[in-house]
Design a binder for this molecule. Sequence first.
Ligand code: ATP
Ligand code: I3P
Length: 331
Amino acid sequence: MKSSAATDNSSHHVKCDKNNINDDGNNSFIELPPNSRPLEHQIAGHFYDQSKTKYGLLQHSNGDVLKPLLNPPRGPCEEQFYIDVFCQTSKSKYNSEDLINLRKFLPHYLGTYKCQKMSYIILENIIQPFKHPCITDIKIGRITYDKEANEEKIHRMSKNSVVAEIGFQLSGWKIYRSKYYEYHDKRCVRSLNKTDILHGIAYFYGAPIHLRLDVIELVINKLNELQDYMKQQHTFVLISSSLMVVYEGDDNDQELNKSTFVDVRLIDFAHVFPQTNSNQSDENFLFGLANYIDYMKQLLDKNYVYVPIDKFEHDNKTDTKIYSCYKQLLT
Ligand SMILES: Nc1ncnc2c1ncn2[C@@H]1O[C@H](COP(=O)(O)OP(=O)(O)OP(=O)(O)O)[C@@H](O)[C@H]1O
Ligand SMILES: O=P(O)(O)O[C@@H]1[C@H](O)[C@H](O)[C@@H](OP(=O)(O)O)[C@H](OP(=O)(O)O)[C@H]1O
């Protein structure tokens, strides 16, 4: 296991004590653990000091991601799934070969870290190897609530008819554009209709300036591998998990090795459940994944023409954070 927050002097590596999970939703400032700061280039999810609980993803000074273990059953479910995949305990309810084969699609789990009242899972930071990462988060599945969700949540999570039709939702992206980073959050990208989603995806892959067909091809290859894996595993279902796609935004960099300038991983395992029918794959996930791949393939078609999206052309406020869209100038 590589060096991590769990092994330096300012922290201690302990198994999560579920009684210590803090999700009291108060408004007080949450102290950061030593040598940590809010996660750089975070796209979606709980943001430090902004989410309801005030907890959010962090990064240790060595780069590792610290993800707070929020309210049970979600936090413990995610921690247990990472332990099942990376630590191979005999107690896992899932097929061990399937778990081992899943490893290459996930950020590495580096341990659990407890600081004050909070526990964090420590994860490999998948954007760390990139100089100018372009990052997107795509939540996969038509159904993104689990069997424990109440009526209100089911209603809220079923409102988006586009998701029901295509089985995935864009949760935002950050794009490197030489002099600045452009950020569009979920409020912005989820307002796209079914046609605009195609051009939205093109926008993430560099349109209108330079549609990165090389990147698109590599991402499709990686997604095909994930699809093959998910078709043959029949032990678990992933609800509300996301794909994180990262590519190097500076394509003038001669040192870049083609095979390492793209990364695709699965993240967010707060809702993983055993597959009830042992002969079935995770159809909810596979449907969304197949559609995202199809959208990407349309971009490779020589007849594809990018149609500008007004929202992206006009909505970008310069250097203003906590906005649907902003440009962050690089100095
Ligand atoms: N291993 C990682 N390396 C780098 N960035 C990461 C990693 N894991 C998560 N992120 C960033 O953090 C964001 C949120 O991650 P994640 O979905 O796990 O959080 P969450 O708070 O559980 O989200 P949600 O509220 O949707 O359940 C991602 O969109 C991504 O930008
Ligand atoms: O992506 P979105 O649209 O922001 O939707 C949220 C996302 O699915 C979170 O994973 C979920 O938290 P949990 O994983 O903790 O269920 C949250 O549920 P919540 O509103 O009940 O917190 C949803 O609102």
